[in-house]
Design a protein around this ligand. Structure first.
Ligand code: ADP
Length: 472
C-alpha cells in the first residue's frame, strides 16, 4: 500500500512537471509573442502615423517622386530599420523606401483587401510579397472623409521571435529550479507520511500476529504521531484484555475446582468409611455449603455476562431509593441479628426519587451491604446515608469493619479479587460482587468510590441521577 502511495505521489509530481512545461511551451509562448508583437506594432504604428500625417499632402498630389520626401522617408526607414511602403487604396505600391518604383511598370498587391487594415497590423508574408514572416503595420492616409491610401511599415518577425525564445528560456530555467526546489515537498512527504505509514503497517502486522509488545517508535506531534500513539494504546489495551481474560479463566477454573475437590474428597471419605456414618450430618452440611458457593459463583458469572451482553441497555424508571434501601436492609435482618449488627439509615426526606434501573440498583445495594456485614465485627453498626447535591443523589454505605489495605483499594473492583485479609473471614465470597457493582454504576454513567482505612472501616459512595419527580 505504501509503495503505491509513493508511486502515485511521484507520478503526480512528474505530471505536474510535464504540465508546467507544456503550459510554458504553449500558453506562455503565445502570450509572450502576442505581447512582444503588440509592443513592436505600437512603436511602428507611431512612426507610420507620423509619416501619414506629415507627408499626406505629397500623397494626395501623387507627388511621391519629390526627392526630398523620398529622402525623408528613407531616413525614417534607416531610423526604424524597417522598409516603408506607401500604397493607394486599390493596392498599388506608390513608394518603397528600399526600391525605386518604375512608373512604367507599377507594382500591384493582388487581392489587397482594405478590410485587413481594420486591425492596425497583420503578420505573415504580406500577400506573398516577402519570403519570410513579417509584421506589417498600417496607418491610413486620410483626405476629407476618404482613405486615399496607407503607410505600411514592415519589419521581420525574426527579432520578435528571438526575444520570445529568450524570455521562454528564462521561464524554462525558472521552472526547472522550481521543480528541483519542490523536491523538498517529496522529502517532507517521505519523512512525515510515507516512512511513518510504512512503520505503522509493519507494526499492525506484528500486532495482528500477536506481538503486542512490538515497539512503534514514531514520536511526532501530528496526526500520524497521534495515530501511532492510538495504535500503541490499542495494542496495550488488547494485551491487557487478553491478560485479563487468561486471569479470568484461571480464576474461574480455580474457584470451581476448589469446592469440587473438597466435595469429591468428603464424598469419597464418606463412601469408604473414613468418615464414620454418625458424622455424616456434619459433613453433609459442609457439602451443602460448598454447593451453595458453587451456586453463588455461577449466578454471579451469569449476572456479569448478562451485564456485558446487554451493555448499556437499562430499564430506567423513577423510583424511591429510600424504599429500596429499606427493603434491602430488611433482607439482611437475620444475619444482622446473629452478628448483633445494627443498620442505621440517615435518609434525606421521606422519599427520594432517582431515575435508574431499580433491579440493578437493588443488586448494588445488596452487594455493598453484604460486604459491609461480612467484613464488620459483631456489635458494630453500619450506616446507610443519602444526600442530595444539585441534580445528583449520593448514597453511602459505611461500616466500621476490617477496612481495605491501601494497596488493594484499586484492585477490589477487578473480577475475582479478594484481599488476603478477607480470605479467612469470607470463604464463600467470589470476588465478583464489586466488579458487578461497578459495571452497573458505570452503565448508568455514574460513579462509585471507596474510602477505607485498614482496621477502621470502609465507606462506599455512589451517585445516581435525581428524578424530576422529587418535590412534586
Ligand atoms: P466478594 O464477593 O468476595 O465480597 P467483592 O468483589 O464484593 O467480592 O469484594 C472484593 C474484595 O474487596 C473483598 O474480598 C474484600 O477483600 C474487599 N472488600 C469489599 N468490601 C469490603 C468492606 N466493606 N470492607 C472490607 N473489605 C471489603
Amino acid at each position: 500500500m505504501g509503495k503505491t502511495i509513493y508511486l502515485k505521489f511521484i507520478l503526480a509530481y512528474v505530471i505536474f512537471g510535464l504540465l508546467s512545461f507544456t503550459t510554458i511551451a504553449t500558453l506562455t509562448s503565445s502570450l509572450t509573442l502576442r505581447h512582444l508583437t503588440n509592443a513592436k506594432a505600437d512603436a511602428l504604428y507611431r512612426e507610420a502615423t507620423l509619416v501619414s500625417r506629415n507627408y499626406a499632402s505629397s500623397f494626395y498630389t501623387n507627388n511621391m517622386s519629390t526627392e526630398s520626401v523620398q529622402n525623408q522617408l528613407k531616413a525614417i526607414d534607416t531610423y526604424v530599420s524597417a522598409p516603408i511602403w506607401i500604397i493607394d487604396s486599390s493596392g498599388e505600391v506608390l513608394f518603397n523606401s528600399r526600391k525605386d518604383m518604375d512608373p512604367e511598370a507599377p507594382l500591384f498587391i493582388e487581392d489587397f483587401d482594405p478590410a485587413i487594415t481594420r486591425n492596425y497590423y497583420i503578420t505573415g508574408n504580406f500577400f506573398g510579397k516577402f519570403d519570410k514572416e513579417m509584421l506589417s503595420v498600417f496607418s491610413p492616409i486620410n483626405s476629407g472623409f476618404n482613405i486615399k491610401g496607407y503607410v505600411i511599415i514592415h519589419t521581420s518577425m525574426e527579432e520578435i521571435l528571438t526575444s520570445r525564445d529568450k524570455i521562454l528560456n528564462i521561464s524554462y530555467i525558472t521552472l526547472f529550479i522550481i521543480f528541483i526546489l519542490s523536491l523538498i515537498i517529496l522529502v517532507v512527504f517521505t519523512d512525515t507520511v510515507f516512512l511513518p505509514i510504512k512503520k505503522i503497517t509493519v507494526a499492525t502486522e506484528e500486532f495482528a500476529a500477536g506481538n503486542m509488545e512490538y515497539p512503534l517508535d514514531i514520536h511526532k506531534d501530528d496526526e500520524i504521531g497521534y495515530l501511532a500513539a492510538s495504535l500503541t494504546y490499542m495494542a496495550t489495551e488488547i494485551a491487557r484484555t487478553e491478560d485479563n481474560q487468561k486471569k479470568f479463566i484461571a480464576n474461574v477454573s480455580h474457584d470451581f475446582r476448589s469446592p469440587l475437590t473438597s466435595i469429591k474428597g468428603y464424598l469419597e471419605a464418606m463412601l469408604d468409611g473414613t468418615i464414620p456414618p454418625e458424622l455424616n450430618e456434619k459433613y453433609l452440611k459442609i457439602l451443602l455449603n460448598e454447593t451453595d458457593r458453587l451456586n453463588k459463583l455461577t449466578s454471579s458469572l451469569l449476572a456479569l455476562n448478562n451485564l456485558n451482553i446487554k451493555g448499556m441497555v437499562l430499564d430506567k424508571i423513577d423510583f424511591d431509593i429510600h424504599s429500596v434501601i429499606k427493603h434491602t436492609a430488611e433482607t439482611f435482618e437475620g444475619t444482622c441479628t446473629a452478628k448483633r449488627i445494627s443498620i442505621e439509615l440517615i435518609l434525606t426526606g421521606d422519599t427520594l426519587y432517582v431515575f435508574a434501573d431499580m433491579g440493578q440498583i437493588q443488586q448494588v445495594l445488596y452487594n455493598l451491604l453484604d460486604n459491609a456485614i461480612k467484613f464488620s465485627p459483631d456489635n458494630s453498626s453500619i450506616i446507610i446515608e443519602t444526600t442530595e447535591k444539585n441534580d445528583k443523589i449520593f448514597i453511602s454505605v459505611k461500616d466500621s469493619g476490617i477496612g481495605i489495605p491501601k494497596d488493594d483499594l484499586k484492585l477490589i473492583w477487578d473480577r475475582f479479587y479478594k484481599s488476603d485479609s478477607s480470605r479467612g473471614k469470607d470463604k464463600k465470597g467470589t470476588g465478583l460482587g464489586l466488579s458487578i457493582t461497578k459495571e452497573i454504576i458505570q452503565a448508568h454513567n455514574e460513579n462509585i468510590n471507596v474510602i477505607s482505612t485498614e482496621g477502621v472501616g470502609s465507606e462506599f459512595l455512589f451517585t445516581l441521577p435525581k428524578s424530576k419527580k422529587n418535590g412534586t
